[in-house]
Ligand binder design. Structure first.
Ligand SMILES: Nc1nc2c(ncn2[C@@H]2O[C@H](COP(=O)(O)OP(=O)(O)OP(=O)(O)O)[C@@H](O)[C@H]2O)c(=O)[nH]1
Ligand SMILES: [Mg+2]
Ligand SMILES: [Zn+2]
Length: 336
């Protein structure tokens, strides 16, 4: 009896050992696959397409997109950044291991005064306006100050020009004329018209589309690049309240030329320049420069001092009153 029990015990022990062995082998196999899964290819250059917070889409040199995580301590990554990244073997995922130096960085203070990064390595800013929602010159001027400050070439797009009519045309053209006189190119576009002039202006550049929500930035990019298939939305009260269709900047290479790249950005309603000094804001109004040291008072605020060269330039039609008004409005908001 005891022998039989011993046999049974032996058999059991053997069985348990076998099971353990099988489990251990399985675990080893699993660890191997996990290791393989984590194994990384050598670092390569890529460009950030968009940063969704929990993951970042990186475009490899072969134009394939990879969902990446960023190693710690690399700082915030933004659409347009060039990075070194490593593909995880056998997946379409990867890890960003280094951020390359930026040529420039477009940022704006958010409503708490914290810098919100928008995009980097930009050559040209296309400020998109439309007959509807109506053009806000002060917003246009703020974008122009930003473009000048960052040394981007600035273009103004009047999109939805199919909505121009006898009732709104002359007012809109008068506004755009101010900027044309300053030397900013104005391009008329619509999703129903040929947009060759726009295409030509974007040639061999990284261009960012900025402007109010609902002016048609994403729609225009869909027209330039039908495969982009970006979500767009009818202009609604939601836009007016600051709910935007595009929520994060994204980069789209144009099909026929890898050096022509568009960045779509979320529309914004208010645009603070709190990150700039008064001098930088002054320099952003390019036609003001010749009058910089001509005011009677060295610390002239150009609001209502006697002998203000800017106010005199307005009277003699050298500076448009709307531009001085915009400047004063910006100065008022940054000093408060
Ligand atoms: N009539 C007309 N409507 C247009 C044109 N371009 C865009 N739209 C319409 O305008 C609305 C807003 O377009 P979106 O492309 O979503 O605007 P957006 O500037 O990207 O807006 P956000 O992403 O919120 O910043 C959509 O209903 C478009 O169909 C155009 O040239 N003509
Ligand atoms: Mg959009
Ligand atoms: Zn002055």
């Amino acid at each position: 009896m005891s022998r039989r029990l011993t046999r049974r015990q032996q058999w059991r022990i053997k069985k348990v050992q076998q099971e353990r062995l099988v489990r251990a082998e399985k675990k080893q196999q699993q660890e191997n696959t996990e290791y393989d899964h984590l194994a990384l290819h050598t670092p390569k250059t890529g460009q950030v397409i968009s940063n969704f917070g929990e993951h970042i889409i990186v475009q490899a040199e072969n134009r394939q997109h990879y969902r990446c995580l960023s190693r710690q301590n690399l700082g915030a990554m933004v659409c347009g950044d060039y990075v070194l990244w490593q593909q995880e073997k056998n997946t379409d995922q990867g890890v960003i291991c280094a951020l390359k130096p930026r040529q420039n960085l477009l940022a704006r203070p958010d409503s708490y005064g914290k810098q919100k990064l928008i995009a980097s390595n930009i050559d040209a800013m296309f400020i998109v306006c439309a007959p509807f929602p109506a053009i806000h010159e002060h917003l246009l001027d703020r974008y122009l100050v930003t473009a000048e400050h960052n040394h981007f070439s600035a273009y103004i797009i009047l999109n939805k020009c199919d909505l121009l009519n006898d009732a709104n045309r002359s007012e809109i053209e008068q506004i755009l004329m101010i900027y044309q006189h300053l030397g900013y190119p104005v391009i008329y576009t619509s999703i129903y018209h040929a947009i060759d002039q726009l295409k030509a202006s974007m040639h061999n550049k990284t261009s960012i589309f900025v402007g109010q929500s609902g002016v048609g930035k994403s729609s225009l990019i869909n027209t330039l690049l039908p495969t982009a298939n970006i979500r767009t939305n009818a202009v609604s009260i939601a836009n007016e309240k600051g709910t935007h269709t595009t929520s994060v900047a994204s980069l789209y290479p144009l099909p026929d030329n890898p050096h022509s790249v568009i960045i779509d950005s979320p529309g914004i309603r208010e645009f603070s320049l709190d990150n700039l000094t008064p001098n930088e804001i002054f320099s952003g109004f390019i036609e003001f420069t010749p009058y910089a040291r001509l005011c009677r008072f060295r610390n002239c605020t150009h609001l209502n001092e006697p002998g203000c060269a800017l106010q005199e330039a307005v009277i003699s039609n050298k500076i448009h009153p709307q531009r001085l008004k915009s400047y004063q409005r910006i100065m008022h908001t940054i000093s408060s």
